[in-house]
Design a protein around this ligand. Sequence first.
Ligand SMILES: O=C(O)C1=C[C@@H](OP(=O)(O)O)[C@@H](O)[C@H](O)C1
Ligand SMILES: C=C(OP(=O)(O)O)C(=O)O
Length: 428
Amino acid sequence: MPEHATREDVWTAPVAPGPVDATIRVPGSKSITNRAYVLAALSAGQTLVRQPLDSRDTRLMLGALAELGAEHERTPEGVLVHPLTPGDGASVQVELGNAGTVARFTPALATLGTRTVRFDGDPAIRRRPVSPLLSALSALGAVIEDEGRGAPPFTVQGGGRLGGGTVELDSTASSQFLSALLLAAPAFDGGATVRLVGGAPPSEPHIAMTMDMLRRFGADPSREGSEFHVPHADLRRTDFTVEPDLSTAAPFVLAPLVTGGTVRIAGWPEHTTQPGDWLRSLVRELGGRAELDDHGLTVTGDGRLRGTRLDLHEVGELTPVIAALLCFADGPSVIAGVAHLRGHETDRLAALATELSALGAEVTDTADGLRITPAPLHGGVFHTYDDHRLVMAGAVLGLRVTGLQVENPATVGKTFPGFVDAWQELLG
Ligand SMILES: O=C(O)C1=C[C@@H](OP(=O)(O)O)[C@@H](O)[C@H](O)C1
Ligand SMILES: C=C(OP(=O)(O)O)C(=O)O
């Protein structure tokens, strides 16, 4: 159980009284919001970010940018981000919480200012890898001190500029290392060429998201296989609108496969780089229907789903919710390709194996995933290890399990502070 959670702090996830029938609006994408804030800070002139996610991770990003010298204002239309200023050589602290995007995307920005910036956060972020990124930034000219543990805390001594150039990067532990270099590269004197070594990074759609958003802010990124090139560029964008978060939508999208019925997700984009868009194919593979039209996505299920084998390397953040779902399948399932989840908010493979087994399923963690053999589940406390996506997984389990008590539900505020209310709305 995480250090600061108590057993009293639980939410009894509601059992579905029958087939669901609901229209749900999910908040803005964490990944798009935090990229938009970073690119806005690197732009000349102010950028209005419309329909941003307002959650712990996005507040941490705005807080980090303020420490680094980019202020913002909340307006009725969205968040207005001001350009990064070089600063006054002061020593500041950036609070990372447990936000991977803040821990990975902001150190490069610190190299561009003149401040001495110490990065640290929750106990959990001190277990999440950053060293391949810090080594690459150092090779590009940054001055960084860490404590030799390969994770926060670390300190960046801003030099007012970064030369940039060509660098090798092992991004197999997190795609965010690569995204971090690419996002900041237009501000490096010589841009950046990043050659990937060590194997394919996970979360390919998030890399595509980075490339797409760089273009939309005026950069000219290119890719040839495992080599990425981002020339120096003056970024500018006055207005940027954030899409709904399709990964946050996952428990709602998949609910009809457990309960039967229909769920509509309003505003599902027709074209997107978000990994959650893959849920449409997953629903079909598991036996449901998913139709996209001008109003959004409509998912229909009959409460039965097939056991399956899934490689989730590209969509790792969906794993907790999918693992919970597969506990209700008609046969065993295997999830593969997600060894890097051991370095997420918690060791998600260990956490899921422990918690799903404790409820009665047969779940084991493998070198790169999970083996799930469904069995009748019973109620009990579902520990969430300060992981927002485990709260969402617990909600999915509760659809069919009486007395499923989700511990520390507030931790879902990392990406969706209104999750519990939205879930109650789903169930009428
Ligand atoms: O770039 C991003 O916004 C993200 C990339 C992915 O990280 P990893 O590649 O570390 O899994 C994803 O899991 C995370 O939720 C968000
Ligand atoms: C891995 C995740 O988050 P982070 O941005 O902290 O890496 C996630 O949201 O599932």
